[in-house]
Design a protein around this ligand. Structure first.
Ligand code: CA
Length: 221
């Protein structure tokens, strides 16, 4: 899952970005409205955290310009403007949620989880595949009492495959949603991560549920 953090207070921007990276999200950052608008147009984010008071272009303007283009994008407004008016305006233009500053990071995390999950799955945050239990909140995979050790990227790949089960997912799509935009990653590198993940799953389940579709990508069936 890839998130864009738009915030011109650099300390806050960094602390949000660092916290979200620890949670396993791919994170891009940006400190003004114009760049935010361009990035949102070009990149495929799953969610954006959008400050309202921004240089160059106001957050509400970014929101109104991007909403029609990206109906699927989840948007959380983050702002010191705590008046009811701004909140209503933001939600009217199409933000999915609103947090007033100062806020608790745990609260932001919870809102993000709920929005990203709302798209697909059950509230518990646990996905079950055969004998595997994948806990999206704790980011761990267990079989019975045993935990399976996955790297961050392997977990993110598995999560993405499970949330997009029975659909062919291309390498480009995986790169877009799992790696941040500064990382220069090629399909060769992604193949290595996927192959490690598949080996681990195969050891556990006794079979490999991910298939390669030559020239198209991968599918978890
Ligand atoms: Ca600001």
């Amino acid at each position: 899952m890839k998130i864009l953090v738009v915030e011109d207070e650099i300390d806050l921007q960094e602390s949000i970005a660092d916290g979200l990276k620890i949670d396993g999200y791919a994170v891009d950052i940006c400190d003004n409205g114009e760049d935010a608008y361009e990035l949102l147009f070009v990149e495929n984010y799953d969610l954006v955290i959008l400050d309202l008071n921004l240089p160059k272009m106001d957050g509400l303007e970014v929101l109104s310009k991007i909403r029609n283009e990206k109906p699927e994008l989840k948007i959380i407004i983050l702002s010191a403007r705590s008046s009811v008016d701004d909140k209503v305006k933001g939600l009217d233009i199409g933000a999915n949620d609103y947090l007033s500053k100062p806020f608790d990071f745990a609260e932001l995390e919870a809102r993000i989880r709920s929005l990203l999950r709302r798209k697909f799955t059950q509230e518990s945050g646990i996905l079950i595949y055969d004998k595997m239990k994948v806990n999206l909140l704790k980011r761990i995979v267990t079989i019975g009492e045993d935990e399976i050790v996955l790297t961050k990227k392997e977990f993110s790949l598995l999560e993405y495959f499970l949330l997009n089960k029975d659909r062919v997912v291309s390498s480009e799509e995986l790169i877009e949603h799992i790696w941040d935009s500064n990382v220069d990653i090629f399909s060769g590198a992604i193949r290595v991560h996927i192959s490690c993940l598949r080996k681990k799953i195969k050891t556990i389940l006794g079979y490999d549920p991910i298939e390669t579709k030559i020239g198209e990508g991968y599918i978890l069936v």
